[in-house]
Each structure stands twice: as C-alpha cells, then as structure tokens.
Design a protein. Structure first.
Length: 320
C-alpha cells in the first residue's frame, strides 16, 4: 500500500492585477499574508476532495517566510484552527488532528511526504494534509526578498498496491552553504513614545553569484545517485516536477539532463520563483493539462539553500 495524492490546490494574493496597479492604496488592504494564503489553499483543497476538515488526522506546514517573521505559535496550529480541523480535544473515541511546522526550504515538502508516507504505510493514518505558503513578512522593509506570495495545500490518502510514493532521497552539499543565506536581525528605532527605544525584526536574503549553476550541479549529482540506487534511468521517467527557486532552475536542469520539452511541468506566471508551494503548483498545472494522469512514473526534484537536494518518485497504477 502506498500513499496517493488525493487533491491539490493553490492560492495567490487577490487584487494582484491591473486594478491594484492603478489604485496602489488597495495593495495594502487586499494583501494576503502567508497564513491567509495557506488557509485559502487548504479550504479549496478540502472542497475539491469532498472532505471535511475534521477528517484530517495530520497537518504539516512546510512554509518558511511568515507574516511579521512569526516564530511561535506554530503556523500549522493556526491553520488547523482556521480551517476547523479538530481545534479542540476529540470527543469520546474520535480522533483529533495533530499539526506541526517542518522547515527545510524548498525541500520541506518532500520531507513532509516521507513522514506522511510512513504513517500511511504503518496503517495509522487515513488522511494527511500538507500546507505551504510564503509571503514577504514586511513588504518594503525586507532586503533581497524575491519570492512571489503563494500558497498551496494537498491531501494524501492510502493508495492501491503499486500506487503512490515509491522512494525518497536527500543529499546535502555543505561546500555551497555560503551561497544563499536568509537571516532575521533586530533593527532598533527611536520612537516618540515614553518607552524610548523600539524596533522590529527585519529579514534579509543574500544570494551569491553562481548559485543557480551550483543548484543544477548538485541536483544532477544527487539524481544520478538516486536513479542508480533505484535501478532506474531518465528514460523510465514520464514527468519531472521541479523547484522554482532559482526561477531558471527547471529550464537549466532540463537542458543539462537532455529532457524532452514535454517532460518537465511548467507552472503559471504567479508561481515562477515560488519556494515551498512550487511542487504543489507544478502538480496542479500538470493535472490541468492532463499530463499528470498520463504519467506512469513522476520524478520530483527540489533544491534549497545549503545546498540541499530532495528527490522523490511517485508512481500511478493503471496509466499508459
């Protein structure tokens, strides 16, 4: 028994079109942060699957960049409450919903898949949800923040024999750790209030030249090791869904691997450069085009600062 993708959904800030550009003040009132984007995607995902939030037994949030750089409480617990996934103690013998945050950049979603897959295979989990969202914590004040505001959610259930996640693989390349760094620092400011000094936490992101090339190099090495271990080749892969950060990563990876143009999923413009919601957006785009259902074996490739690489193979039963 494997773990099957039951439904996916994505979300982007509303009011991000022509009207917002013509009337700038609307940008502040209509902006959606990471929490709102995750809530919206989660609710839409439940609707598409025809499930009630109370059925979710495990909820994992893999988002990294949050409203006002929130650290506690866990964003997963806030999302759980917002969507009504058993926010209180389960009545009688009913089950509750366990939720937590898992932060590993663009590779976090594959970590979450692996965790839920283990619970499903053990027979103790029937419905798991993963949510992902990132948004500029303090628009206009952060430095180097280039990710689009985007959210995603997906539901996972037990699948048929020969269906679901087949294998996972992770590799770290610490020699490139210096190439991308995100940090939050306290910036004091003088206030006119009697309390004297105030301040706020500000995020800064720095990326060294050559980061894209290093990401592709590391992904190629990890992929070669992964396919060798699984006794597979690129010819056995029908569809590739990859990280969107750096934004050029899918295209350059495609060129280096020599993949046919129809073998890599393309996301919509709103998700180009997305961090944690990228793979969900890729799945949704492939579902809309019909390519996801036609693929027998799907390869997921993620890269993140570190440099870390996460790989996963997903198989579908009954496809041609």
């Amino acid at each position: 028994m494997g773990t099957r993708i039951e439904a996916v959904a994505t979300s982007v800030p509303c009011g991000s079109g022509v009207l917002e550009l013509l009337i700038p003040p609307l940008r502040r009132t209509r902006r959606k942060g990471a929490l709102a984007l995750a809530d919206e995607a989660a609710k839409t995902c439940l609707e598409r699957a025809g499930c009630d939030a109370a059925e979710v037994e495990l909820l994992i949030n893999v988002g990294v960049f949050r409203d006002k750089n929130l650290g506690e409480p866990a964003l997963a617990s806030l999302i759980q409450e917002d969507i009504g996934a058993n926010p209180g103690h389960p009545p009688g013998s009913g089950h509750g919903t366990f939720s937590f945050d898992l932060a590993n950049g663009g590779c976090g979603i594959i970590n979450a898949w692996q965790l839920i897959d283990r619970f499903v295979r053990s027979g103790i989990l029937q419905l798991g949800m993963i949510v992902a969202s990132d948004a500029d914590p303090a628009p206009g004040k952060t430095r180097g923040f280039s990710y689009p505001a985007a959210g995603g959610a997906m539901l996972l259930k037990p699948g048929k024999e020969g269906e679901g996640f087949r294998a996972f693989h992770f590799e770290n390349f610490p020699e490139f750790e210096y190439m991308k760094e995100a940090r939050v620092d306290w910036q004091p400011r003088r206030t006119p209030l009697p309390v004297g000094w105030g301040g706020q936490n500000l995020l800064s992101i720095k990326e060294a030249p050559g980061y894209l090339a290093a990401c592709v190099e590391c992904a190629e090495i990890a992929l070669k090791n992964f396919l060798y271990r699984e006794q597979l080749s690129l010819q056995d892969i029908d569809l590739v869904i990859a990280s969107q950060d750096p934004p050029e990563f899918p295209d350059v990876l495609e060129q280096h691997l020599g993949l046919p143009g129809d073998h890599i999923a393309r996301v919509g413009e709103s998700f180009e450069g997305a961090l944690t919601a990228a793979l969900i957006a890729g799945i949704e785009a492939a579902l809309r085009s019909g390519r996801f259902r036609k693929a027998r074996r799907i390869l997921f490739v993620t890269v993140s600062a570190g440099i870390a690489v996460g790989l996963c193979i997903y198989e579908q039963a009954g496809t041609q």
